[in-house]
Design a protein around this ligand. Structure first.
Ligand SMILES: CC(C)(COP(=O)(O)OP(=O)(O)OC[C@H]1O[C@@H](n2cnc3c(N)ncnc32)[C@H](O)[C@@H]1OP(=O)(O)O)[C@@H](O)C(=O)NCCC(=O)NCCS
Length: 199
């Protein structure tokens, strides 16, 4: 009997296995911006999820990895470098019809590997799905444990979102989480976007 995705479609175990095998995760390029924007928009009912236009994504495209199934982009995740040691994982999303098949996990692992390779020692995120991210070792923290400059950047980003997204973000529906990366790479070097203060 097939398993059901969140949106009620049914796939056989063989179909699930095929999806897992055929997914590739790679750095995004400018030509992926509108597909990333569509993946985010397809999950817009999840009020906690960051939304961004393709034009705005052109400025941050280096943050992103995308999951592809054949030629279709089915998921995305962003990694923003806040400082030499600290990075934010954001905009983790999978097209609804592909959710629950391990694509989110591939995207999270990719962000972790990129962070380690770049010498980042700590990841943080803000989410309305803490149970999902605790699977990857993220632990709940108080937002006030983050540097003030990081909170200010996040506030500015939140205020650029559609107004109905401000309320959950500003009135505490987000859970803040942190993952310490215990074994950073010995030779940092992946060209992640540098933190703004270093640009
Ligand atoms: C959250 C999201 C990115 C996960 O991606 P996905 O591809 O569906 O997740 P995966 O298939 O990799 O899930 C791996 C496991 O996590 C579990 N899981 C999925 N959502 C979960 C949740 N909200 N809480 C706890 N566990 C969850 C799955 O059941 C699966 O478990 P299994 O390996 O034991 O079968 C995806 O569901 C999504 O795009 N949601 C909407 C956007 C969103 O809320 N993003 C989070 C940022 S706020």
């Amino acid at each position: 009997m097939g398993q059901h995705t969140r949106h009620g479609q049914s796939r056989t175990p063989e179909e699930y296995a095929n999806v897992r095998r055929e997914i590739t995760v790679a750095r995004a390029t400018i030509s992926d911006a509108s597909a990333i924007s569509s993946v985010l928009a397809s999950n817009r009912e999840d009020r906690g999820l960051f939304q961004e236009s393709a034009e705005a994504l052109h400025r941050t495209i280096e943050d992103f990895v995308v999951a592809r199934l054949e030629t279709e982009i089915v998921g995305c995740a962003g990694l923003h470098r806040d400082s030499l040691d600290l990075g934010e994982v954001y905009a983790v999303a999978v097209l609804p019809r592909y959710q629950g098949q391990g694509i989110g996990e591939r995207l999270m692992r990719s962000c972790e590997v990129r962070a380690r390779t770049a010498g980042i020692r700590e990841l943080w995120l803000a989410t309305i799905r803490p149970a999902y991210f605790s699977r990857y070792g993220f632990e709940v923290i108080s937002r006030w444990e983050l540097p003030g400059s990081v909170l200010l950047r996040k506030l500015r980003q939140t205020l650029q979102q559609p107004a109905q997204r401000w309320l959950p973000a500003l009135f505490g529906r987000h859970t803040f989480m942190r993952l310490r990366l215990e074994f950073p790479a010995k030779s940092p070097g992946e060209p992640l976007r540098p933190p703004q203060e270093l640009q």
